[in-house]
Design a protein. Structure first.
Length: 292
């Protein structure tokens, strides 16, 4: 029987080490889900910020239709002439009525005064450009009000940023918990094989050689369990992504994973194995120096 087979048989006698596969599978499953949620939320926030950057809505609030239409025409012509404006269009009244239907119902009075809206896309999404449009619109008509989409959607963007940081914190906690489990398993293995290790030391084995036995076994367990957990998590993430895409929501549609994100998730089991190996080596060497 060769040396590697002997090493494997010695460590396989420790039941705690064999339970590592299931524990690591569960931990990596949760870790990959948290990482995927964080990446998807960050992507959605980025898409939202890009979509809202440089977008304005000019409202012309006037109960007299003729005066309102004249003000809209004047404001539209003035802001279209600005170099900061890439596009400016009037929102059709039919579209406004459709947006108001959930509150006013289908039987709303056609004579009901509805503010006129002008959608504006800035060529330069800066505060200076937005301020220039607002100043020109108010100079043309005192009934004009300017709303910046980025301003009233900033709470949503901040909330999504908080979710991203929360997911990152969960990933860090799961990694720390995995390292702690590896340390406990390594110490359990040392206690189980204390007599055998003492004999190995008398035969000339060094602490580093003993540590290699444990870190190899724990790395194999982490690779097996981590691979299973990562595959299961990837399946769940793919199914959730398909359901989100089917919703057709502009906001949720940005919560998708790109090729770079999938590559990062694919590297997670490898990083997991490296973490388990380093944790096992540190735990074994520290314990051997202290007790044997």
């Amino acid at each position: 029987m060769n040396r590697r087979t002997d090493e494997r048989r010695v460590l396989d006698e420790a039941g705690g080490l064999r339970a590592m596969t299931g524990v690591m599978a569960v931990m990596l499953f949760l870790l990959v889900l948290a990482a995927a949620a964080g990446l998807a939320t960050a992507n959605a926030r980025g898409a939202l910020d890009r979509q809202l950057a440089g977008r304005l809505t000019v409202q012309v609030v006037d109960g007299e239709p003729a005066r309102r239409d004249a003000a809209v025409a004047g404001v539209l012509a003035a802001i279209r002439a600005l170099p900061e404006v890439a596009r400016a269009t009037v929102v059709p009244r039919a579209e406004l009525e459709r947006l108001l239907r959930p509150w006013l119902g289908d039987g709303a009075d056609p004579a009901l005064p509805v503010p006129a809206l002008i959608d504006v896309d800035l060529a330069d999404p800066s505060e200076t450009g937005a301020a220039r449009v607002a100043a020109v619109a108010r100079r043309v008509s005192g009934a004009a009000r300017v709303d910046r989409h980025e301003a009233w959607m900033s709470p949503v963007s901040d909330f999504m940023a908080s979710l991203t940081w929360l997911a990152g914190g969960l990933v860090a906690l799961m990694a720390a918990a995995a390292a702690a489990v590896v340390v406990l398993a390594a110490r359990n293995g040392l206690e189980t094989h204390r007599a055998t290790i003492e004999v190995m030391h008398m035969l000339g084995s060094t602490d580093v050689q003993v540590a290699r036995l444990f870190q190899r076994r724990l790395a194999l367990d982490a690779a097996a369990g981590g691979g299973l957990g990562a595959l299961a998590a990837a399946g769940v993430v793919w199914l959730m992504g398909a359901q989100v895409s089917a919703l057709g929501s502009e906001l949720l549609g940005g919560a998708t994973l790109g090729s770079g994100d999938w590559l990062l998730l694919a590297l997670t089991p490898l990083l997991f194995v490296v973490l388990a190996t380093l944790a096992a080596r540190w735990a074994v060497l520290a314990n051997l120096r202290r007790t044997l």
